[in-house]
Design a protein around this ligand. Structure first.
Ligand SMILES: *Cc1c(COP(=O)(O)O)cnc(C)c1O
Length: 340
């Protein structure tokens, strides 16, 4: 039995986009690659300032911000962060101010996500590089960096709300649990079933949500994450742990997930986060020319590059059906015109 609708209905949610996002058959890409049937879940088409996967997480996280009476949202992310862009857009949509602490230096030219952050009038603080350990603390809600900003805002009489980096919390995971319910309904209506659900993995919050979702919906679809960056700790371990946290948070009793039940592929990271790979560039070109889909080299392009290589390696075959989750991020291309 599908338990998702009942669980999700217990939580506050701000409507930040129209759902469902389209589920499209990528006929040309499928034919060109000669492997599995490829469907694209168009989560790049959410309504928040050019969209992306963070919108689903923000619907639940920002409901919390509203509930506690916040007037300013504070968050952290890269200079070209899709998370930061969508968080600022959500705050503005809800009539709140936004402060973003950006991991990096101020560039000469504002482009892509950063241009949109500025256009939406967020206060932008260029913090320089942030070590992985501090980022991890931010996700855990300890907030060594954003906490200071929030204190200063509070001292000025503001009511700040800290939005966790990447939205990778149990509350944020509800967004991707709910996406599974939406996807299941679309697949049922189209008369298809997916063997694999594939997307790029950053924090792993999206995958954790989908892993919990397929289990709560009673589906046998395998979730396969393509890692887009290197990590000190195996993501399988972290995602299994996140799933446990999510189930506890939801009050669902579920057997503990083991890292071996989670699949993350690291073969397509290249030199690390944001580093361009030939596979990503090929995938971006193919998606654009064959399907009119816009991917970026940091996330969805790297993930599709992985999917394409898995087909070439014979690990995905014409007997399979794959749903590729397009998590958005295409606006970052405007900040990397030298690549194209
Ligand atoms: C954040 C992001 C991801 C990764 O999502 P996580 O939940 O952090 O793993 C993938 N694609 C795009 C475009 C993103 O912005």
């Amino acid at each position: 039995m599908n338990q998702i609708p009942d669980i999700v209905s217990r939580y506050g949610r701000v409507a930040l986009s129209a759902f469902p996002t389209p589920l499209e058959y990528a006929e040309n890409l499928t034919r060109f690659l000669g492997g599995p049937k490829i469907y694209i879940k168009r989560d790049d088409c959410t309504a928040l300032a050019f969209g992306g996967n963070k919108t689903r997480k923000l619907e639940f996280i920002m409901a919390k911000a509203r509930e506690v009476g916040a007037d300013t949202v504070v968050t952290l992310g890269g200079v070209q962060s899709n998370w930061v862009r969508q968080t600022i857009a959500a705050a503005r949509h809800m009539g709140m101010d936004a402060v973003a602490v950006l991991e990096g230096e101020e560039p000469k030219e504002y482009q892509g996500n950063l241009l949109l952050d500025k256009l939406m009038g967020a206060e932008l603080i260029f913090h320089g590089p942030v070590p992985q350990e501090e980022e991890d603390l931010e996700i855990q809600g300890v907030c060594p960096i954003t906490g200071k900003v929030a204190e200063e805002l509070a001292a000025r009489g503001k009511k700040p709300f800290l939005a966790p980096l990447g939205g990778a919390t149990p509350l944020g995971a509800l967004g991707y649990i709910n996406m599974i319910d939406e996807l299941k309904e679309q697949m049922d209506a189209m008369g298809i079933r997916a063997d694999y659900l594939i997307s790029g993995v950053g924090t792993g919050g999206t995958q954790a949500g989908m892993e919990c979702g397929v289990r709560l919906a009673g589906m046998d679809t395998k979730v396969l994450g393509i890692s887009i960056s290197r990590h000190t700790r195996p993501k399988e371990e972290e995602i299994a742990e996140m799933c446990g946290d999510v189930f506890r948070f939801l009050g669902v009793s579920w057997p503990e997930l083991f890292p071996g039940e989670i699949s993350v592929c690291y073969d397509y990271v290249g030199a690390g986060y944001g580093a361009v790979t030939d596979q990503a560039l090929e995938a971006i070109g193919l998606a654009a020319r064959l399907e009119g889909l816009i991917l970026c080299h940091t996330y969805a392009g790297k993930a599709l590059g992985g999917l394409i290589d898995l087909i070439r390696r014979g690990e995905l075959t014409s007997r399979d059906t794959v749903v590729f989750v397009h998590t958005g991020g295409g606006v970052a291309n405007f900040a990397h015109t030298e690549l194209f």
